[in-house]
Ligand binder design. Sequence first.
Ligand code: TIU
Length: 223
Amino acid sequence: MSTVEINAEPEAITIETAKTAVVMIDMQRDFLEPGGFGESLGNDVALLSAAIEPCKALLSTARQNGMLVIHTREGHLPDMSDAHKAKVERGDPSVRIGQMGPMGRILIRGEPGQDIIPDLYPLAGEPVIDKPGKGAFYATDLQAILQENAIENLIVCGVTTEGCVHTTVREANDRGYRCIVPGDCCGSYIPEFHEVGLRMIKAQSGIFGWVTDSQSILTAITT
Ligand code: TIU
């Protein structure tokens, strides 16, 4: 564990790796593979695949350096008691949350589609946070886990940039965590929103946090 400076915008940030967690947001089959929730909403899921390799490299380095790695999965209990009607009945998806798709029931915990993609699968012992909302703090144990581990900084990766990544960064920022977002480790079905989402984080002296890329983090941690 060490103190390192990461090149970032709007300015470089110094972190203690022991007080920094990597948070992988919703890298689930339901968002990244055909036949899941993302595609049911009319999206081209291939747009998210570019984030997989940078996330893999970052996970590997974080694990080698003993950093806390946390994964999240958006999804609902099989009885859907935690799924708001307003979410389930939203819009006109091809398959609704809770209905059967090729990877099991859409966005339901325990179904194959709700699980994390094999390339980024959690290691035994890494916390996996099941969350009913877009943000990773709402109705979860995330804050308790961060407090138990004396975490002060989050490196937030995952999908989608303007969706669950942004919501989580905003929630974390309001709770006093410094958030660093490697843009190439995130992705959106709407490329413009990915770009603007990153710009929104780092604008106004880093109103929500810092934006960087995976290589800058790897370089900082390994040299
Ligand atoms: N649809 C969309 O862009 N995002 C989500 O529904 N969830 C996440 O971002 N994980």
